[in-house]
Design a protein around this ligand. Structure first.
Ligand code: GTB
Length: 227
């Protein structure tokens, strides 16, 4: 009998967030944990990410990547979808429910994440620009608009479309990046939704795994550390 291939993902050798779980390998880990799928992690330094060996896996020189036998994937959304397609806990069998779960995944990545990334760009890369202070309320209001709409749709439901799915996994992952801004707290429905996602044992395991790596004492050789 052939042994199943254990996938390998890549992650920051040291995440700039020090283990808050905000780098995009966390969502991939979470999907793998929900699926009960064992995996390996190869840690990559910023320098190694830009070298040819890593760019062969990821054309933009980033993490995460996913390798499973001959299959190589990049883009956290595509990786999570690939994992979800093999596990009903993430994607229901029913064709319509499946299509709706994928729709929520796209909504997380294409409608909710962009204004959140804009806020992070404004804070981290443009914080010293003279116009940044003036622009900030606009950037935050664009996020508030989406959080309000999402809150209305969610109502008093636990998850976006019936049972928990990959749509929720991606939405919660994206929303978590807002925690430090305080914006989540303005929308109790959304804050409770995010807390429900974080409370899932699979998320807890994913978070703990990345935290352990990002708070470890010793370092690993750049580009080829296995965890
Ligand atoms: N669209 C791609 C995807 O979804 O996979 C985006 C991938 C991406 O942005 N990867 C980042 C990366 O490799 C890591 S996650 N950056 C290195 C580079 O581009 O050179 C983004 C990230 C980084 C740091 C934090 N943080 O410290 O809080 C949070 C998120």
């Amino acid at each position: 009998m052939t042994q199943p291939t254990i996938p390998t993902i890549t992650a920051f050798e040291r995440s700039p967030d020090g283990g808050k779980g905000l780098a995009r390998d966390t969502r991939v880990r979470w999907a793998l944990e929900e699926a009960g799928q064992a995996y390996e992690v190869r840690l990559v330094s910023f320098a190694a990410m830009k070298q040819a060996a890593h760019r062969a896996l990821h054309p933009f020189g980033q993490v995460p990547t996913y390798e499973e036998g001959d299959l190589v994937l990049f883009e956290s959304g595509a990786i999570v979808l690939h994992i979800a397609q093999q596990h009903e806990v993430l994607l229901p069998h029913d064709a319509d429910a499946r299509a709706r779960a994928i729709t929520w995944m796209f909504a997380a990545l294409n409608t909710i994440e962009p204004p959140i990334l804009d806020l992070q760009t404004a804070k981290i890369l443009e914080g010293d620009k003279p116009w940044c202070e003036q622009r900030m309320p606009l950037v935050k209001d664009r996020i508030r608009q989406r959080l309000g709409e999402l809150s209305t749709r969610l109502g008093d439901a636990d998850w976006l479309d019936g049972a928990f799915s990959v749509g929720d996994l991606m939405m919660v992952s994206v929303l978590l990046r807002l925690r430090a801004s305080g914006l989540l707290d303005e929308y109790p429905t959304i804050a409770a939704y995010v807390a429900r996602g974080e409370g899932r044992p699979a998320y807890q395991r994913a978070f703990a795994a990345q935290l352990a790596l990002n708070t470890r004492k010793e370092s690993v050789p750049a580009g080829n550390g296995r965890a």
